[in-house]
Design a protein around this ligand. Structure first.
Ligand code: GTP
Ligand code: MG
Length: 265
């Protein structure tokens, strides 16, 4: 049986961009491998939900489900909703594609067509490796990313070329244990995931992606982000085992719950 892929689109206040992200499903390079797509609306305060509903009405044959988190769980919490959904609905793989239209799911197509993805627990899109294309980032931001990639590689003893882009592929099997549940619900979720995946010796592949910043608003505050990453590295060096078991959420959530707002599945 062919592998079943779930495409997960986290969405928060991206009414302008999310229809463009969904348009990627019109390209057979993407729709050929996607069995189902969930848009996880993290309680947006703009017209994100209406924009998704309108797209679904125009394209009723596309297997999309719109979910709304019962609370704002952050980007990390939205990943937890999607990971649990993928496992409980029997998907083999989950693809994350940010809803603010900075990445292109077609960058995954060669990996999937060749079957190479099967050799890995995760294939992580990289903005900072040979073959990557990046537009609209300041020199400072690029340099900062290279610096942290280097530092994390040293700490985790694994070559890391991106700590968290918005295009990633995860195998569902390793997610079944829920090892990620105490990781931060914030934008730091991916950084923790990478360290944990190194600790658990998961097989990781970085692949080059195209990434752009045009009409998106960056919510990353560079200095506080840098401080948090340094703290994270420090804790991992002291004890990787304790690091992965620690409660890292400011406010632990008992159940990452959601409602299905609409479904074309
Ligand atoms: N900021 C933010 N984004 C969220 C949240 N929940 C889901 N998202 C989605 O998560 C994705 C990434 O959010 P961004 O604010 O762009 O953050 P980022 O990707 O870490 O930072 P950039 O590199 O600046 O894009 C977007 O598709 C958002 O729509 C949330 O609570 N806050
Ligand atoms: Mg973004």
């Amino acid at each position: 049986m062919p592998d079943r892929f779930l495409l997960f689109i986290p969405a928060y206040n991206c009414e302008k961009q999310v229809p463009r992200v969904l348009n990627q499903l019109l390209d057979p390079k993407v729709s050929d491998f996607v069995s189902e797509c969930i848009v996880v609306n993290n309680r947006s305060t703009d017209g994100t939900e209406a924009a998704v509903l309108s797209w679904m009405t125009k394209h009723p044959s596309k297997p999309i489900r719109l979910l709304r988190n019962n609370e704002n769980y952050g980007l990390g919490g939205s990943h937890k909703v999607a990971f649990q959904y993928a496992v409980s609905h029997g998907f083999d793989y989950l693809v994350v594609l940010h809803g603010d239209d900075q990445g292109d799911a077609r960058d995954l197509a060669p990996l999937i067509a060749s079957g190479k993805y099967r050799d890995y627990d995760c294939c992580l899109g990289s903005r900072f490796m040979k073959g990557s294309r990046i537009q609209g980032y300041s020199a400072l931001r690029i340099a900062g990313n290279y610096g942290f990639n280097w530092l994390f590689s040293l700490v985790a003893r694994h070559k890391i070329t991106d700590l968290g882009s918005g295009l990633n592929l995860y195998k569902a099997e390793p997610l079944k244990s829920g090892y990620y549940i105490k990781f931060p619900d914030t934008q730091y979720f991916n950084d923790c995931m990478i360290l944990a995946q190194c600790h658990y010796r998961q097989k990781m592949l970085f692949f080059p992606i195209s990434w752009r910043e045009e009409d998106q608003v960056s919510n990353t505050k560079l200095t506080s982000f840098a401080m948090s990453l340094l703290r994270m590295c420090g804790r991992y060096i002291v004890s990787p085992k304790k690091f992965v078991a620690r409660e890292m959420r400011a406010k632990p959530v008992e159940k990452y719950s959601y409602q299905v707002v609409a479904s074309n599945v």
